[in-house]
Ligand binder design. Sequence first.
Ligand code: SF4
Length: 189
Amino acid sequence: MYMSEDTELRIAGIEEESFVDGPGIRFAVFTQGCSHHCPECHNPETHAFGKGRVETAESLLKMIDSNPLLTGVTLSGGDPMEQAVQLLPFAHGVKMRGLNLIIYTGYCYEMLVSKFAHPAMKELLCYADILVDGPYMKDLRDLSLTFRGSSNQRIIDVQKSLVEGKVVLHKMQVEEMKLKMGDLGGSDG
Ligand code: SF4
Protein backbone atom coordinates (compact mmCIF):
# COMPACT_ATOMS: atom_id res chain seq x y z
CA MET A 1 0.00 0.00 0.00
CA TYR A 2 1.25 3.46 -0.87
CA MET A 3 0.07 6.61 0.85
CA SER A 4 1.27 9.95 -0.48
CA GLU A 5 3.36 11.85 2.06
CA ASP A 6 2.67 15.09 0.23
CA THR A 7 0.59 17.28 2.51
CA GLU A 8 -0.95 19.15 -0.42
CA LEU A 9 -3.93 17.85 -2.36
CA ARG A 10 -2.63 17.23 -5.86
CA ILE A 11 -5.06 16.83 -8.69
CA ALA A 12 -4.66 15.96 -12.35
CA GLY A 13 -7.86 17.72 -13.41
CA ILE A 14 -11.48 18.60 -12.78
CA GLU A 15 -14.63 18.04 -14.80
CA GLU A 16 -17.10 20.56 -13.45
CA GLU A 17 -20.13 18.87 -15.06
CA SER A 18 -19.59 15.21 -15.81
CA PHE A 19 -22.25 12.83 -17.10
CA VAL A 20 -19.99 9.77 -17.37
CA ASP A 21 -18.46 9.41 -13.89
CA GLY A 22 -21.61 8.19 -12.20
CA PRO A 23 -25.34 8.95 -12.31
CA GLY A 24 -26.66 12.49 -12.60
CA ILE A 25 -24.63 15.66 -13.04
CA ARG A 26 -21.37 15.28 -11.18
CA PHE A 27 -18.39 17.34 -10.17
CA ALA A 28 -15.49 14.99 -10.93
CA VAL A 29 -12.05 15.39 -9.37
CA PHE A 30 -9.20 13.39 -10.88
CA THR A 31 -6.47 13.08 -8.30
CA GLN A 32 -2.78 12.89 -9.14
CA GLY A 33 -0.80 9.81 -8.13
CA CYS A 34 -1.41 6.08 -8.45
CA SER A 35 0.74 3.13 -7.45
CA HIS A 36 -1.25 0.40 -9.19
CA HIS A 37 0.11 0.81 -12.72
CA CYS A 38 -2.60 -1.28 -14.34
CA PRO A 39 -1.50 -2.35 -17.84
CA GLU A 40 -3.16 -0.19 -20.51
CA CYS A 41 -4.51 2.29 -17.95
CA HIS A 42 -6.29 5.09 -19.80
CA ASN A 43 -4.83 7.81 -17.55
CA PRO A 44 -1.07 7.12 -17.28
CA GLU A 45 -0.35 10.82 -16.89
CA THR A 46 -2.02 10.64 -13.46
CA HIS A 47 0.39 8.03 -12.02
CA ALA A 48 3.31 10.20 -10.93
CA PHE A 49 3.17 11.56 -7.40
CA GLY A 50 4.17 15.15 -6.84
CA LYS A 51 2.90 16.27 -10.23
CA GLY A 52 -0.42 17.83 -11.20
CA ARG A 53 -1.62 21.01 -9.57
CA VAL A 54 -2.41 21.87 -5.98
CA GLU A 55 -5.98 22.53 -4.84
CA THR A 56 -7.61 22.89 -1.46
CA ALA A 57 -10.87 21.57 -0.11
CA GLU A 58 -12.08 25.16 0.08
CA SER A 59 -11.34 25.94 -3.56
CA LEU A 60 -13.05 22.76 -4.76
CA LEU A 61 -16.09 23.29 -2.54
CA LYS A 62 -16.39 26.85 -3.79
CA MET A 63 -16.66 25.54 -7.35
CA ILE A 64 -19.32 23.07 -6.22
CA ASP A 65 -21.29 25.78 -4.45
CA SER A 66 -21.43 27.79 -7.68
CA ASN A 67 -23.39 25.06 -9.48
CA PRO A 68 -26.83 24.25 -8.06
CA LEU A 69 -27.42 21.63 -10.77
CA LEU A 70 -24.89 19.17 -9.35
CA THR A 71 -26.29 15.94 -7.94
CA GLY A 72 -23.04 14.39 -6.83
CA VAL A 73 -19.28 14.35 -6.68
CA THR A 74 -16.91 11.73 -8.03
CA LEU A 75 -13.34 11.19 -6.88
CA SER A 76 -11.31 9.37 -9.52
CA GLY A 77 -7.72 9.43 -10.60
CA GLY A 78 -5.06 8.42 -10.24
CA ASP A 79 -6.20 6.80 -7.06
CA PRO A 80 -7.98 9.04 -4.54
CA MET A 81 -7.12 6.61 -1.74
CA GLU A 82 -3.43 7.50 -2.14
CA GLN A 83 -4.34 11.00 -0.89
CA ALA A 84 -6.95 9.98 1.64
CA VAL A 85 -5.55 12.27 4.34
CA GLN A 86 -5.69 15.31 2.07
CA LEU A 87 -9.18 14.46 0.78
CA LEU A 88 -10.94 14.07 4.13
CA PRO A 89 -11.92 17.76 4.54
CA PHE A 90 -13.25 17.82 0.99
CA ALA A 91 -15.27 14.62 1.43
CA HIS A 92 -16.69 16.01 4.65
CA GLY A 93 -17.73 19.19 2.84
CA VAL A 94 -19.36 17.20 0.06
CA LYS A 95 -21.49 15.22 2.48
CA MET A 96 -22.36 18.34 4.49
CA ARG A 97 -23.87 19.69 1.26
CA GLY A 98 -26.04 16.59 0.89
CA LEU A 99 -24.31 15.45 -2.27
CA ASN A 100 -23.81 11.85 -3.26
CA LEU A 101 -20.12 10.77 -3.25
CA ILE A 102 -18.57 8.14 -5.53
CA ILE A 103 -14.95 7.06 -5.12
CA TYR A 104 -13.00 5.10 -7.72
CA THR A 105 -9.99 3.19 -6.43
CA GLY A 106 -7.58 0.51 -7.59
CA TYR A 107 -7.75 -1.03 -4.11
CA CYS A 108 -10.34 -3.65 -3.26
CA TYR A 109 -12.99 -2.92 -0.65
CA GLU A 110 -11.75 -5.81 1.50
CA MET A 111 -8.30 -4.24 1.74
CA LEU A 112 -9.71 -0.82 2.61
CA VAL A 113 -11.60 -2.21 5.62
CA SER A 114 -8.74 -4.46 6.73
CA LYS A 115 -6.02 -3.78 9.30
CA PHE A 116 -3.62 -3.14 6.41
CA ALA A 117 -5.38 0.03 5.31
CA HIS A 118 -4.25 3.45 6.50
CA PRO A 119 -6.84 4.83 8.97
CA ALA A 120 -7.47 7.77 6.63
CA MET A 121 -8.44 5.37 3.84
CA LYS A 122 -11.10 3.85 6.07
CA GLU A 123 -12.31 7.28 7.08
CA LEU A 124 -12.54 8.42 3.47
CA LEU A 125 -14.38 5.24 2.58
CA CYS A 126 -16.95 6.00 5.28
CA TYR A 127 -17.89 9.23 3.51
CA ALA A 128 -18.61 7.41 0.23
CA ASP A 129 -22.02 6.32 -0.98
CA ILE A 130 -20.53 4.23 -3.77
CA LEU A 131 -17.09 2.67 -4.23
CA VAL A 132 -15.99 1.40 -7.64
CA ASP A 133 -13.14 -0.86 -6.60
CA GLY A 134 -10.27 -2.89 -7.96
CA PRO A 135 -7.61 -2.37 -10.59
CA TYR A 136 -8.39 -2.05 -14.27
CA MET A 137 -7.67 -5.45 -15.86
CA LYS A 138 -7.24 -5.20 -19.59
CA ASP A 139 -8.12 -8.86 -20.19
CA LEU A 140 -11.48 -8.25 -18.48
CA ARG A 141 -12.19 -5.03 -20.36
CA ASP A 142 -15.90 -4.72 -21.16
CA LEU A 143 -17.34 -1.64 -22.84
CA SER A 144 -20.89 -2.63 -21.89
CA LEU A 145 -20.29 -2.21 -18.16
CA THR A 146 -21.91 0.61 -16.20
CA PHE A 147 -19.41 3.24 -15.03
CA ARG A 148 -16.35 0.95 -15.00
CA GLY A 149 -13.83 -0.52 -17.38
CA SER A 150 -13.28 -4.19 -16.51
CA SER A 151 -15.56 -6.86 -15.12
CA ASN A 152 -13.52 -7.46 -11.94
CA GLN A 153 -14.45 -3.97 -10.77
CA ARG A 154 -17.51 -3.71 -8.55
CA ILE A 155 -20.03 -0.96 -7.86
CA ILE A 156 -20.36 -1.23 -4.11
CA ASP A 157 -23.04 0.27 -1.87
CA VAL A 158 -20.63 1.45 0.80
CA GLN A 159 -23.08 2.35 3.54
CA LYS A 160 -24.95 -0.96 3.31
CA SER A 161 -21.64 -2.84 3.14
CA LEU A 162 -20.35 -1.14 6.29
CA VAL A 163 -23.56 -1.99 8.16
CA GLU A 164 -23.62 -5.62 6.98
CA GLY A 165 -19.87 -6.21 7.36
CA LYS A 166 -19.55 -7.59 3.84
CA VAL A 167 -19.64 -6.32 0.27
CA VAL A 168 -23.13 -5.35 -0.87
CA LEU A 169 -23.30 -4.54 -4.56
CA HIS A 170 -25.07 -1.33 -5.49
CA LYS A 171 -28.42 -1.69 -7.21
CA MET A 172 -26.88 -0.32 -10.42
CA GLN A 173 -24.69 -3.39 -10.70
CA VAL A 174 -27.44 -5.73 -9.56
CA GLU A 175 -29.71 -4.37 -12.31
CA GLU A 176 -26.91 -4.71 -14.84
CA MET A 177 -26.39 -8.36 -13.86
CA LYS A 178 -30.12 -9.06 -14.17
CA LEU A 179 -30.21 -7.50 -17.61
CA LYS A 180 -27.20 -9.53 -18.72
CA MET A 181 -28.92 -12.70 -17.54
CA GLY A 182 -32.03 -11.75 -19.48
CA ASP A 183 -34.04 -11.42 -16.29
CA LEU A 184 -35.92 -8.17 -16.78
CA GLY A 185 -38.38 -8.82 -13.94
CA GLY A 186 -38.05 -8.60 -10.19
CA SER A 187 -36.31 -5.22 -10.05
CA ASP A 188 -35.61 -4.02 -6.52
CA GLY A 189 -35.91 -0.46 -7.70
S1 SF4 B 1 -5.97 2.29 -10.54
FE1 SF4 B 1 -6.87 3.52 -12.19
S2 SF4 B 1 -5.44 5.23 -12.52
FE2 SF4 B 1 -4.37 3.67 -11.33
S3 SF4 B 1 -3.27 2.47 -12.89
FE3 SF4 B 1 -5.21 1.42 -12.46
S4 SF4 B 1 -6.66 2.22 -13.99
FE4 SF4 B 1 -4.88 3.61 -13.94
